[in-house]
Design a binder for this molecule. Structure first.
Ligand code: ADP
Ligand code: ZN
Length: 218
């Protein structure tokens, strides 16, 4: 399966991608994860991106587009991939279309995670991320077995700087102003499939498995 996961911050894209890529053995390309990795490594790209991310703004299109096109070019994409958090602007979507065309890759589906603002706020303020493997937990929705410790690698969990309430509000505005129009963009290409981002992790996972089975995706 070759998918794009679209939806507001906190809609559960990353969480579903985490479980789906294990279940289906496909690559998970998350621009957010790649950017946080760049910051951790103190690279120049990371330093530039951090200024935008801390404010809840989008990182410039050229930076994220380069990250993703390099991933697509240098990875074995035959068994499939999930793009999580990319594209986020019309410009990025156009760059992606061109890169996929050059690589002879067709997207199967764009999953749109529809959700409401209350859910988003609750999810993002409660989100805790593993410093080691990047897995996303939630203080009440997806609690780790031991508080503050990752179930999978044992490393410490932390709250992202951009998961503070004022920054979250800004990220939602940015989504509404710059990303939301991609719903129409992919609807016109007949790729859009709407799912409920409000569902609990397991229920949405089950829904997605049905959707893929019906569409013959694996
Ligand atoms: P979320 O989906 O919860 O907002 P992400 O980890 O996807 O979290 O993104 C975190 C931040 O990284 C965004 O607020 C933005 O600054 C930056 N970012 C991630 N993906 C992109 C992208 N495709 N274009 C521009 N900025 C991005
Ligand atoms: Zn971990």
């Amino acid at each position: 399966m070759k998918l794009v996961l679209l939806g507001p911050p906190g809609a559960g894209k990353g969480t579903q991608a985490n479980v789906l890529c294990k279940e289906y053995n496909v690559a998970h390309f998350s621009t957010g994860d790649l950017l946080r990795e760049a910051i951790k490594n103190n690279s120049s790209v990371g330093m530039e991106a951090k200024v935008y991310m801390d404010k809840g703004e989008l990182v410039p299109d050229e930076i994220v587009a380069k990250m993703i096109t390099e991933k697509l070019k240098n990875s074995d994409t035959d068994s499939g991939f999930m793009l999580d958090g990319f594209p986020r602007t019309k410009k990025q979507a156009e760059i992606l279309d061109q890169a996929l065309a050059e690589l002879n890759i067709l997207l199967d589906m764009v999953l749109y995670f529809e959700t409401n603002e209350e859910t988003i706020l609750k999810r993002l303020t409660g989100r805790r991320v593993c410093r080691g493997c990047g897995y996303n937990f939630h203080v009440t929705n997806i609690p780790p077995k031991q508080e503050g410790v990752c179930d999978f690698c044992g490393k410490e969990l932390f709250q992202r700087d951009d998961d503070k309430e004022t920054t979250i509000k800004r990220r939602i505005d940015v989504y509404n102003n710059q990303t939301k129009e991609l719903i129409d963009y992919y609807q016109e290409k007949e790729l859009l499939k709407k799912v409920s981002g409000d569902l609990d992790v397991d229920l949405l996972f089950a829904d997605l498995k049905n959707i893929f089975a019906e569409a013959g995706l694996k």
